[in-house]
Design a binder for this molecule. Structure first.
Ligand code: GLY
Length: 398
C-alpha cells in the first residue's frame, strides 16, 4: 500500500514537473540548465577575483563595489558551498580547486563558540565538501565545529543560544534562523555515533515549536528566554518590520528548518510544522504574483516594499524537499509553487547577466532593512539556496 502511494506521488511529481506550464513556456529542464550555467559563470568570475585576496569571501555589494568578509562573518560558508554544488553539477578540476580553496578559508571557524552561525558556516562549506569528497580532514573540522556549537546549548533552557549582543534586553536570545544550524548536529550524531548532538537538535526544535510560533504559524524572529526558569521573557524582532510581523527570511528559515529536521529525524511533528508554515506562506495575501516575497509580509509600503530574493530561494529549496517528504495530496502543490519561484528567479528581473552584479548570481535581496543595511542587493546566501534548489529540482527530474 505504501509503495502504491509512493508511486502515485512520484508519478504526480513527474507529471507536474513536465506538464504544469503552457507549451509557450520554457521547459523546466532548460530553465534549470540556464540557471546553473549563469551561476557557474558568475561563481568562476567571483572566484578568480577573490583568489588573490587572502582569506576573503563574498558578502554583497556596497556603494556599487563588491563587499567581502573574513571567515568569521555568518555568511562565509555560502560561496564555498555554492561552488561545491556547481562542482557536483559539472565536476571540473577548476570548480573543485576553487571549492577547496574557499572552503579552507573557513578552517578556523571550527573553534567559534561565540555565536550559533558556525552551523551555517561549516555545514554549507565543509559539509558539502565532505558529502562530495569524503576528505577526512573535512570531517575533523565538522566534528570540532559541532562540538563548538554544542557548547551554546543550555539544558535549563533546552535551546542553543544564538547571540551575545543586546545583553541588557535579552537574557538568552534564540532566533528562528537558528533552526538552520541544527543540520550540523544531526550530521555529527550520524558520523560519530554520539547521540548528544541529535538530542540537542531535537530539544532546540521542540522548544522553538513551543515558543516561536503564533496561532497562524508565522514566526517571531527573536525569543529570549529567562536563563533560570527557561520561560520566554521577550518575543521581538531584530531584522523584521515589527515584533508582531512576519519577517520574510525568518519564515523561510522556519520552513527549511522544520523540513530538514523532518528528514533528519522522521518525526511527524516536524513534518506537520513544516506543512503549516508552507500553508501560511503559500496562501499569504501579500505573496506577490511572481512568488518572490517582500522583505516582510507585513511591510507597510507593499506593493512598493523591497523584495527579498533570498527568502524566495530558501523557500523554494525547502518546498522541493517538502514535496518529497510529504505523502499527502498537498505535496504536488509544494513542488508547483517552488517551480514558479525558480522560474521567477531565473528571469531577467532577478538573474544577473554574466559579468554584472559584481559577479553574484541573483539581484534584489534584503539583508537588514531596519538597520539600513543590505537593501535591494545581492547576497551570498540567496545564490547558495538558489543553486541548491536548482540542483534539487534537477535531481528530481532525473
Ligand atoms: N541569519 C541572519 C539573516 O538571515 O539575516
Amino acid at each position: 500500500m505504501n509503495k502504491l502511494i509512493s508511486l502515485t506521488v512520484f508519478a504526480t511529481t513527474l507529471g507536474l514537473l513536465s506538464c504544469s506550464h503552457t507549451p509557450q513556456e520554457e521547459p523546466l529542464a532548460k530553465v534549470i540548465e540556464r540557471g546553473l550555467t549563469v551561476s557557474t559563470e558568475q561563481a568562476l568570475l567571483m572566484a578568480k577575483e577573490l583568489e588573490p585576496q587572502e582569506g576573503r569571501l563574498p558578502k554583497s555589494i556596497k556603494d556599487g563595489q563588491l563587499e567581502t568578509s573574513d571567515c568569521y562573518w555568518w555568511c562565509s560558508g555560502f560561496f564555498p558551498g555554492e561552488l561545491w554544488y556547481l562542482y557536483e553539477n559539472n565536476p571540473t578540476p577548476e570548480l573543485k580547486r576553487y571549492a577547496e580553496l574557499f572552503t579552507e578559508r573557513l578552517e578556523k571557524v571550527q573553534y567559534v563558540t561565540s555565536n550559533h552561525d558556525v552551523g551555517f558556516m561549516l555545514y554549507c562549506s565543509y559539509g558539502n565538501g565532505y558529502r562530495l569528497t569524503k576528505n577526512p580532514a573535512y570531517k575533523e573540522v565538522l566534528t570540532t565545529g559541532a562540538n563548538s556549537l554544542s557548547t551554546r546549548f543550555r539544558p535549563a533552557v533546552g535551546a542553543i543560544r544564538s547571540w551575545e549582543f543586546n545583553k541588557d534586553k535579552w537574557q538568552y536570545p534564540v532566533i528562528i534562523d537558528n533552526m538552520m544550524n541544527l543540520e550540523l548536529l544531526t550530521w555529527a550524531s550520524k558520523e560519530t555515533g554520539d547521540n548528544r548532538f541529535r538530542d540537542i537538535a531535537v530539544s532546540h526544535a521542540d522548544k522553538t515549536i513551543a515558543n516561536h510560533f503564533r496561532p497562524d504559524y508565522s514566526s517571531y524572529h527573536v525569543v529570549s528566554y529567562d536563563t533560570i526558569t527557561g520561560v520566554p521573557h521577550a518575543k521581538v524582532t531584530h531584522q523584521g518590520y515589527a515584533d508582531s510581523s512576519a519577517w520574510a527570511r525568518g519564515q523561510s528559515w522556519a520552513l527549511y528548518g522544520y523540513t530538514m529536521m523532518a528528514r533528519e529525524t522522521g518525526k511527524p511533528e516536524y513534518l506537520t510544522q513544516a506543512k503549516q508554515i508552507a500553508r501560511f506562506l503559500m496562501n499569504h495575501p501579500h505573496m506577490p504574483a511572481d512568488k518572490v516575497p517582500y522583505w516582510d509580509y507585513d511591510a507597510p509600503d507593499i506593493p512598493n516594499a523591497p523584495r527579498d530574493a533570498s527568502a524566495a530561494a530558501i523557500m523554494a529549496s525547502a518546498l522541493i524537499e517538502l514535496s518529497q517528504l510529504d505523502r499527502s495530496e498537498e505535496a504536488s502543490g509544494y513542488l508547483e509553487f517552488a517551480e514558479d519561484q525558480i522560474r521567477s528567479l531565473t528571469s531577467p528581473t532577478y538573474l544577473a547577466e554574466k559579468g554584472t552584479n559584481c559577479d553574484f548570481v541573483l539581484m534584489h535581496s534584503t539583508g537588514h532593512l531596519p538597520g539600513n543595511s543590505e537593501v535591494d542587493v545581492p547576497l551570498s546566501y540567496a545564490d547558495y539556496y538558489y543553486v541548491e534548489a536548482l540542483m534539487r529540482l534537477k535531481k528530481l527530474m532525473k
